[in-house]
Design a protein around this ligand. Structure first.
Ligand code: FES
Length: 176
């Protein structure tokens, strides 16, 4: 079985994040659930990076366009974090497919180029607010040359599946 550089990067990033998360306390995660900080900056191995960059445009919730240049092979979560883009709450689970806060809406023509959605991504997309036929999770989409200039819409409302499930369990009536 072969794995593309992009898929390998997503896999390695997820493994690293999960390893780091194992060292964090639950209370810390609860105290800072949504804020993307500089300490989360994702370091990627140069050997896995192409040197070519592509331009990506995000249409933010306030209607403003944020433009970033990023390396081919980076995920859209990498693009937001590494460029410190001001998209509130984006990527809360750091790419571990646990939150759906990285929900992005693509233009149809671009969406068709992206390829199949994994079952795990589909499960998490089902929990996203404002789901569309061209929705994907930014942590699962990696940049390619043919995505140059794409425009991505940030949904008006995000849901963090972890917070939502926590609320549900705390709202559940006590067992009799
Ligand atoms: S960052 Fe949490 S699902 Fe993508």
């Amino acid at each position: 079985m072969t794995m593309s550089a992009c898929a390998l990067r997503v896999f390695l990033q997820r493994a690293a994040v999960m390893r780091d998360a194992a060292h964090q306390t639950f209370s810390h995660a609860r105290a800072f659930p949504q804020r993307v900080t500089a300490s989360r900056r994702i370091n990627t191995s140069n050997s896995l990076r192409a040197e070519e960059k592509v331009t990506v445009h995000f249409l933010n919730r306030d209607g403003k366009r944020i433009t970033a240049k990023a390396l081919i092979g980076e995920s859209l979560l990498d693009v937001v974090v590494n460029n410190d883009l001001d998209i509130d709450g984006f990527g809360a689970c750091e790419g571990t497919l646990a939150c759906s806060t990285c929900h992005l809406i693509f233009e149809e023509a671009v969406y068709k180029k992206l390829g199949a959605v994994s079952d795990e991504e589909m499960d998490m997309l089902d929990l996203a607010y404002g789901l569309t036929d061209t929705s994907r999770l930014g942590c699962q989409v990696c940049l390619r040359k043919d995505l140059e200039g794409m425009i991505l819409r940030v949904p008006d409302v995000i849901s963090d599946a972890r917070v939502d499930s926590e609320k549900e369990s705390s709202a559940a009536p006590p067992k009799v």
